[in-house]
Design a protein around this ligand. Structure first.
Ligand code: A3P
Length: 304
């Protein structure tokens, strides 16, 4: 089935999830042909959950001894340039660009766990997943789609977006199954799958940055901690810093990509759903989340 409602992103149901039509072929190609390397690191998420931030943090952590943090490439280029979105790369017929990357690579996809290329699982690559309160994910997606929309196209009303989201009908949805697949895998293989929440990243960035470095196999030395490297990385990747960079204010992510870099930096906090949803809508979405997560051990500590 083809759903038009998330225009300009047409989405198609594929193995239980709604995949944007423009990347579907690329994703099928990637599922068959992607050559994983054992030291690949994957940044994974349901879109609009904090992917860009996680990309910046993992890239800054991994390359911290290569570049001084005050001259870091993240000051000149958008995080998506260092951590490519695999489905888009395949969809554009540019898979050789991924092959050309030197190891260790950090790569990104929004695919649910069940749809990841098999090689990623069989090689035991490390996976980092970030999830976010679905209410804020929806609000973020709503604004993002409005930005992408050609001017001639009417925006969809928020109430319509809300209904569709609740039905799981949203790019890469349903969100709950997406989150649960990675949650369950992180419980089975905690040494290979790190499960993070956007809200806890906001709440305690130093703890998360140290946790990331440990998981990635490059923990901070006592000297680095004393020198304030953790804090510098947090500052380099902070929302205010990233949003204010000239490249992110003006740059196009890729010349042929409709989105500009600043589409990825909007408000950058928790709880913006309050400005969009009635209390009833919020309760409805929370109830769905509670029901879906029941028995899994996962709770989303929504910020009240
Ligand atoms: P909002 O639209 O609520 O502001 P993704 O990167 O998965 O597309 O998610 C985008 C969301 O993450 C946006 O949320 C964006 O503002 C927020 N974001 C981007 N960079 C961030 C950063 N450095 N710190 C915190 N949030 C960030």
């Amino acid at each position: 089935p083809l759903e038009e409602g998330w225009a300009p992103l047409r989405i198609r149901k594929y193995q239980g999830f709604w995949i944007p039509e423009r990347v579907l072929q690329g994703i099928m190609d990637m599922q068959q042909n992607f050559k994983a390397r054992p030291d690949d690191l994957f940044v994974l998420s349901y879109p609009k959950s904090g992917t860009t931030w996680l990309k910046a943090l993992t890239y800054a952590i991994m390359t911290r001894s290569q570049y001084p943090l005050d001259h870091h490439p993240l000051l000149r280029q958008n995080p998506h340039e260092f951590v490519p979105i695999m489905g888009i790369t395949y969809a554009k017929g540019e898979a050789s660009e991924l092959e050309a990357m030197s190891s260790p690579r950090i790569l990104n996809t929004h695919l649910p766990y069940s749809l990841l290329p098999h090689a990623i699982k069989s090689l035991g690559c490390k996976l980092i997943y970030v999830c976010r309160d679905p209410k804020d994910v929806l609000v973020s997606r709503f604004h993002y789609n409005n930005r992408m929309r050609p001017q001639a196209m009417e925006p969809i009303p928020f109430t319509k977006a809300f209904e569709m989201f609740c039905e799981g009908n949203c790019p890469y949805g349903p969100i709950w199954e997406h989150v649960l697949e990675y949650w369950e895998e992180s419980q089975r293989r905690p040494e290979k799958v790190l499960f993070l929440k956007y809200e806890e990243m906001l709440g305690d960035p130093p703890r998360i940055v140290k946790r990331l470095a440990e998981f990635m196999g490059c923990p901070f030395s006592p000297e680095e901690e004393k020198e304030g490297v953790v804090e510098e990385i947090i500052k380099l990747c902070s929302f205010d810093k990233m949003k204010s960079l000239e490249v992110n204010k003006t740059g196009k992510l890729r010349p042929d990509f409709v989105l500009t870099n600043d589409s990825f930096f909007r408000k950058g906090g928790a709880g913006d759903w309050r400005n969009h949803m009635s209390p009833e809508m919020a309760r409805k979405l929370d109830r769905i989340t509670e029901q879906k997560f029941e028995g899994s051990g996962l709770t989303l500590d929504a910020v009240d």
